[in-house]
Design a protein. Structure first.
Length: 137
């Protein structure tokens, strides 16, 4: 898994708390990345229906309350249907391990992906923001 998921949660948390300071430059400064990266992630969040922006107008707004956005929503926005777990594509079919590794790992990977998604579905953006507030003291 790349860092897009974490960046997306960061962006949504910032937008929720500070919509007036949610230009791609402001968000990029907080995340510590390039504004182009932020614009790409914001595009994914917008297409997923989690974020609203207007072309030519600085700023963004959540389309739902933070309590109504789960981490699974965010995960799917930036990862689509792709699994975190990937199997190498061309194991040698005549190798005793290579011939069976994909089928063997597929079962485990499907179970692990389901567990990950179940956990993400139980946590909302509001939960994350509450944790952030507690840490900020």
């Amino acid at each position: 898994m790349n860092s897009q998921f974490a960046v997306a949660v960061h962006v949504l948390s910032l937008v929720s708390q500070f919509p007036q300071h949610s230009s791609s430059a402001d968000l990029a400064a907080s995340v510590g990345t390039n504004p182009v990266v932020i614009r790409n992630i914001c595009g994914q969040l917008r297409r997923a229906g989690l974020l609203q922006t207007q072309q030519g107008v600085s700023g963004a707004h959540l389309t739902r309350l933070p309590a109504d956005i789960t981490l699974l929503d965010v995960y799917r926005a930036v990862n689509g249907a792709a699994s975190v777990f990937r199997i190498h594509e061309h194991p040698h079919p005549n190798c005793p391990v290579g011939a069976h590794i994909q089928a063997t790992l597929d079962v485990r990977f499907v179970q692990a992906q389901a567990a990950l998604e179940a956990e993400l579905a139980q946590t909302t953006l509001a939960d994350v923001m509450g944790d952030l507030a507690a840490r900020a003291g």
